[in-house]
Design a protein around this ligand. Structure first.
Ligand code: 5GP
Length: 138
């Protein structure tokens, strides 16, 4: 498993502003926030991308994410927020350790900007794709 800046944060070898910790999860402030309150939530398990993560770590993350979102809302004073999770450098993942961003969206001037270039799903492709995905589930 590659060593990352987040492994060092987990081992307390480099400092972070810790917000939450349990047996499987750690949350801390992003050092380059897109808006005030930008939080990173990571599993202690050193998986690079979400598809590699164990069910136990995924469950632990899912269990605490809503509570962390509520804390970010309260402290930032902003109700709108994005939860972002990048996988792979093509998808803008810079640190090779699974992480969820919680990013308050105060308005157009700060927070996450999103380009959303939509296409169209035809009924035939929808059927074929859903069937292939159902078959691919383990
Ligand atoms: P990614 O692009 O991989 O989804 O996001 C990685 C995030 O980690 C970035 O938002 C970046 O600001 C944050 N980050 C990178 N290095 C550090 C660090 O040393 N400390 C903290 N707190 N955040 C970091």
């Amino acid at each position: 498993m590659p060593e990352t800046i987040f492994s060092k944060i987990l081992r307390n070898e480099i400092p972070s502003h810790k917000v939450y910790e349990d047996e499987r999860v750690f949350a801390f402030l992003d050092i380059n926030p897109l808006s005030r309150g930008h939080l990173l939530v990571i599993p202690k398990e050193p998986a690079v991308t979400l598809d590699e993560l164990s069910d136990d770590s995924a469950a632990a993350l899912g269990r605490v994410l809503p509570r962390l979102c509520r804390a970010v809302q309260r402290v930032s004073g902003v109700l709108a927020y994005n939860v972002l999770q990048n996988n792979g450098s093509a998808a803008h993942q810079a640190v090779g350790h699974v992480h969820f961003h919680i990013i308050p969206k105060p308005g157009d001037e700060s927070g996450l900007g999103i380009r959303w270039p939509t296409g169209k799903l035809s009924p035939a492709d929808g059927s074929a794709l859903a069937e292939a995905l159902r078959a691919a589930l383990e």
